[in-house]
Design a protein around this ligand. Structure first.
Ligand code: ATP
Ligand code: MG
Length: 229
């Protein structure tokens, strides 16, 4: 973590596996930050530009979405701090170890989305190694879990924890496989914006609160931000 950053909180989404949910969670957490009254910046390090293009599809100006390069991250974060940004979310590319490592180095918290499939479990070791090397505070968040199969979550969580001790999987929590995550993105929205009271939107809200519990996302001047809906 950069010593110079005193206020801004940074969450990085990394996974060397493609399609695990990095962009979906990055955009959703960034919009949740905005809904909570936080000045939020979403940085897209992925040359595919999924988050950046999502930002271009939006009619809503917040969060600020920018395409960036990993080598410039520290500079971008210093600029964000100077502009009073409260929360930075970093979306990263799959198969890009160097960039993922850089994102881990600057982040207060690293989230590793993982689908509940054997292929995702097989592939996760590379990502865990990157997080481990940087000593980042990192959690696996299971994503796209069948909403009516809680045992699937328990089985995958147990398999992960047994294979990669002392891996941390977000306790008792997963993001379900829900179509609203897909549909909302087409309109430059996220599920928590398009259907805030829907199940997908509520899961993002809970995830945001869990992350706040871990790193304390809210700066002192927006302590009451949760009352803003
Ligand atoms: N919880 C979910 N429920 C339903 N669909 C999901 C969920 N999470 C992600 N998806 C869908 O899965 C696809 C891949 O998700 P996403 O783009 O977020 O993954 P990614 O890790 O950013 O991929 P890449 O590695 O290519 O950048 C997208 O079509 C997205 O809408
Ligand atoms: Mg992506």
């Amino acid at each position: 973590m950069l010593a110079i950053l005193t206020q801004v909180k940074t969450i990085a989404l990394i996974s060397q596996k493609g399609g695990s949910g990095k962009t979906t969670l990055a955009t959703s957490l960034a919009t949740q930050g905005c809904l909570e009254g936080l000045k939020t910046l979403l940085i897209d390090l992925d040359p595919q530009g999924s988050s950046y293009k999502w930002g271009k599809r939006r009619d809503i100006p917040a969060p600020t979405v920018m395409a960036g390069q990993a080598v410039a991250l520290e500079q971008i974060l210093e600029g964000a701090e100077g502009q009073g940004v409260d929360l930075v979310v970093i979306d990263t590319a799959p198969h890009s170890e160097k960039d993922a490592r850089k994102a881990c180095e600057v982040a207060d918290l690293v989230l590793i989305p993982c689908r509940p499939s054997i292929h995702d479990l097989d592939a996760i070791e590379d990502t865990l190694n990157i997080a481990e090397l940087t000593k980042a505070t990192a959690f696996v968040v299971l994503n796209a879990v069948h909403p009516n199969a809680p045992k699937q979550f328990e089985d995958v969580k147990n398999a992960l924890e047994m294979a990669y001790d002392p891996i941390k999987v977000l306790a008792g929590f997963y993001i379900s496989n829900r179509s609203e995550f897909v549909h909302s993105a087409s309109d430059g929205l996220t599920a928590n914006e398009s259907e805030p009271e829907g199940k997908a939107g509520q899961e993002i809200k809970v995830l945001f609160e869990m992350l706040d519990g871990i790193i304390g996302i809210y700066p002192p001047n927006v302590n009451n931000a949760r009352t803003i809906e």
